[in-house]
Design a protein around this ligand. Structure first.
Ligand code: HEC
Ligand code: HEC
Length: 350
């Protein structure tokens, strides 16, 4: 059993009316309790969630980071995670076994108490204060119809995984303001994007930035493509090289493929060098794959784990394409390929 830790509302800095503790569970049924008659009287959902039913979600950090919210009103960063059951649930409702976690961080502040912004104008997470949990299981939510949120239970934990008491009305606020149409989840639309949006043709630069420094990566292989008379150089960054001999590449892996046209002779056939290899002509495309937590926010059938794909021009500008990057890389049937065709060549690097 973990020890209970009490934190007053003010410490949690939730921009909510924290009071109202007296309306809680102790005022339950005075409807003929002792006679033990027919129906077991249901209690109201407890304030602060129910630690008797849910445990700290061990390992949640490895589940999908599906969205991040900057809270301007109370200078917090809130990072939302969802497990595979939640991500792979049909659109509209989450299956039993779904676990949704919200980390509540204080935002980093400057000397005048204003949030420091990163390159993208987002708050920077400073200190983790609360791990908030929603979990849906068959048999959960056994409360009065007015106070239950279907089969969801809630709880706060400390960053260290201990139960954290709270007198916040989790069920009430999620029930009234997110409601059944969103399965009681405020960030339902963001989560639903993972269930309903197919991966885009041609990749996307929504999340993936051009890796300016890719020429400093390791050159893993050069492929002569007979079918389209191209030469392709595949580069991998240090994280990719270090993790290529495992089942999966680590987060932070970036793989870049330069696509050159081959020099052709008068008959439009590739000219060969002394090693019988094609000779590069023009660099036409820089193809990139990057794996990061929070990438791959598409339907289960079309996402390639946490990989994103994109084409860039030789100048590093996003380049439109109709190629089905996700589909073709997923169809690669090599064992443990992790959607990468050149995995063995990358793993062979010193
Ligand atoms: C006064 C309203 C309110 C109360 C009370 C409240 N929440 Fe929330 N909660 C929110 C809002 C709003 C969000 C969406 C993120 C944001 O904007 O901060 C959220 C998000 C969440 C999420 C992420 C999933 C989602 O719904 O987007 C979890 C998990 C969560 N809350 C758990 C809890 C727990 C546990 C409690 C009780 C201890 C609680 N909440 C109490 C308003 C509330
Ligand atoms: C029809 C199949 C196909 C499509 C579509 C495709 N690729 Fe590939 N890709 C390959 C193959 C095969 C390789 C291995 C090198 C080679 O043989 O050309 C590769 C290699 C790569 C590599 C080097 C890492 C690796 O897997 O070996 C990157 C990066 C890459 N592709 C990005 C993309 C991007 C971005 C798109 C979409 C804009 C895309 N690819 C579309 C087949 C495809």
């Amino acid at each position: 059993m973990t020890t209970k830790l009490w934190l007053p509302c003010s410490v949690l800095l939730l921009a909510v009316a924290c009071g109202g503790g007296e309306s809680g569970s102790e005022t339950d049924s005075d409807t003929g309790s002792e006679t033990g008659t027919d129906t077991a009287a249901l209690e109201d959902a407890p304030l602060g969630g129910n630690h008797d039913l849910v445990d700290y979600p061990e390992g949640y950090q490895d589940t999908a980071l599906y969205t991040t919210v900057d809270k301007v009103d109370n200078m917090q960063v809130r990072r939302m995670f969802a497990n595979d059951v939640a991500l792979n649930s049909p659109a509209g409702t989450l299956d039993f076994g779904s676990v949704v976690v919200m980390e509540i961080w204080s935002a980093m502040l400057d000397g005048s108490g204003q949030p420091v912004l990163d390159d993208q104008g987002r708050f920077i997470a400073d200190e983790l204060n609360v791990v908030a949990l929603m979990e849906k299981q068959e048999g959960f939510g056994n409360y009065t119809p007015e106070t239950k949120n279907a089969e969801w239970e809630y709880a706060f934990f400390t960053p260290g995984g201990e139960d954290m008491s709270s007198d916040l009305d989790c069920y009430g606020c999620h029930g009234e303001n997110a409601g059944p149409s969103k399965d009681y989840i405020f960030t339902f639309d963001e989560l639903e994007a993972w269930q309903t949006n197919p991966a885009p043709m041609g990749g996307t630069t929504d999340l993936l930035n051009f890796p300016d420094d890719y020429l400093s990566y390791s050159l893993a292989t050069t492929v002569d493509r007979e079918d389209n008379k191209q030469v392709r150089d595949v580069y991998a960054n240090d994280i990719a090289v270090a993790s290529a001999d495992g089942n999966e590449f680590d987060r932070g892996s970036i793989i870049v493929m330069e696509i050159y046209s081959a020099q052709l002779d008068m008959n439009d056939e590739p000219i060969l060098d002394m090693d019988n290899r094609y000779i590069k002509d023009q660099l036409s495309i820089i193809a990139v794959m990057e794996k990061q937590q929070g990438f791959g926010n598409y339907t289960p059938e079309t996402r390639n784990g946490e990989w994103e794909h994109a084409f860039f021009t030789p100048e590093g500008e996003p380049m439109a394409s109709e190629a089905d990057c996700y589909g073709c890389h997923r169809d690669n049937t090599e064992a443990n390929a992790d959607f990468v065709f050149s995995k063995n060549e990358i793993a062979a690097l010193p």
